[in-house]
Design a protein around this ligand. Structure first.
Ligand code: ADP
Ligand code: MG
Length: 387
């Protein structure tokens, strides 16, 4: 974790004055419920103990200066002309949030912002949402604006949708804003109602970053979303009242399979079955039935691999290796896919051996260097310091 005092010093060196405050917003890992959020279904993520930190101070003018420690780069723009940056694509996450605040007629002044993060970028742990929510929260505090966590999450999601061009669902930003320590949240992405589910104390959530990144993530993701919309459009012929795949049961999909092309049917089958699995898994977790929970994680992975086709061979290898290790209840791809990370649920006494063996066997099989994180379910965005 970046030291708060180091952040304060780095800010002072760069901007010649100390920051007014520092906020942190966590990344997240989704235990089950993948590609269900934009279908108005359920997800079951935890916020993790990795976060984006933003040190901030208001400026007397209408300029925003922003430095990213991860890119070792600085960008600056005016509140009166916020365009997409091609020179600093990372800055679009910041620009989008600022533009979203202004679009709500919220009174924002300029600011100096310094970003530091220990959420690995592009690993499926949602560094982007943690950045958006941290920036939004910092600006909220600097400008004495009161937004509910839900509103902040929606604003951050809107920034990523419209300004970055990534049609992500609400899960990532929701967790960065509203995650709860010690709990996963069963989040209904239709109405944003949620139920905290305690993570049993004798289990650990282990994330393994495959080290594989595919550049097509954005376009493939948007393509999957389009397939889901297409499924809804075609199913409406016989089910006129549905508005999202959330409204379709596995039985109804099967009965109307003839309306869909084979590919669209496979995409819809993943989503519809995954929404059921997520609700079932939350109930299993609530009652401490980790064997059942793990079995549903495995089914989720198979569905994402075979029907939704968002896995890659390296990720399949990680899952297969994990499932053969002692103490592992379940393992699956997590995040949007096309590389990124896996998530496994592991018995606490077996965690050290699990992480060592998984890394070693993955290295031997692929020649790639994995990064294993044992995660603690954490709180959503908060103020880390004020001066
Ligand atoms: P993920 O959200 O899974 O980490 P994304 O591709 O959605 O992956 O988001 C990663 C992008 O978000 C980075 O390439 C960068 O543009 C932006 N980003 C995330 N964290 C930072 C940071 N600390 N500084 C600057 N940009 C960041
Ligand atoms: Mg992201």
């Amino acid at each position: 974790m970046p030291e708060i005092s180091d952040l304060r010093d780095a800010f002072a060196r760069r901007f010649g004055i100390h920051p007014r405050l520092i906020v942190r917003a966590p990344g997240r890992v989704n235990l089950i419920g993948e590609h269900t959020d934009y279908n108005e279904g359920f997800v079951l993520p935890i916020a993790i103990d990795r976060a984006t930190f933003v040190a901030a101070r208001a400026r007397p003018d209408r300029t925003v200066r922003v430095h990213s420690g991860q890119f070792d780069a600085e960008d600056s723009f005016s509140l009166d002309a916020i365009e997409r940056s091609t020179e600093h694509p990372w800055s679009n996450y910041v620009r989008g949030v600022v533009k979203g605040l202004l679009a709500r007629d919220l009174p924002i002044v300029g600011a100096d912002l310094l970003i530091e993060s220990d959420v690995p970028l592009g690993a499926g742990l949602s560094s982007s949402a943690s950045l958006e929510v941290a920036v939004g929260y910092a600006l909220q505090l600097l400008n004495n604006i009161n937004l509910l966590g839900e509103e902040l999450a929606l604003l951050a999601q809107g920034a990523e949708n419209s300004f970055v061009g990534m049609q992500c669902g609400i899960m990532d930003q929701f967790m960065a804003a509203l995650g709860r320590a010690g709990h996963a949240l069963l989040l209904d992405c239709r109405d944003l109602s949620y139920t905290p589910i305690p993570i049993p104390p004798d289990v650990r959530v282990v994330v393994c970053d495959s080290g594989v990144r595919h550049s097509l993530v954005g376009s493939e993701y948007n393509d999957r979303r389009a397939a889901c919309q297409e499924a809804v459009r075609l199913l409406k012929v016989r089910m006129p009242r549905i508005t999202a795949l959330r409204d379709v049961s596995p039985e109804q999909l099967q009965a109307n399979a003839d309306l869909l092309s084979p590919e669209v049917l496979r995409r819809a089958r993943h989503v519809v079955s995954e929404i059921w699995r997520t609700q079932t898994a939350a109930a299993a977790l609530q009652s401490g039935d980790l064997a059942r929970f793990g079995a549903l994680m495995r089914q989720s992975h198979e569905s994402l691999r075979d029907d939704y086709e968002v896995s890659v061979p390296e990720i399949d290898t990680l899952v297969e290796l994990a499932l053969h290790l002692p103490g592992c209840y379940g393992s699956r791809i997590t995040g949007g896919g096309f590389g990124g990370s896996t998530v496994s649920m592991v018995r606490i006494g077996a965690v050290d051996e699990f992480t060592a063996a998984l890394a070693e066997q993955y290295r031997a099989r692929t020649g790639l260097e994995p990064r294993v994180l044992v995660c603690t379910p954490s709180e959503g965005v908060s103020r880390a310091a004020a001066y």
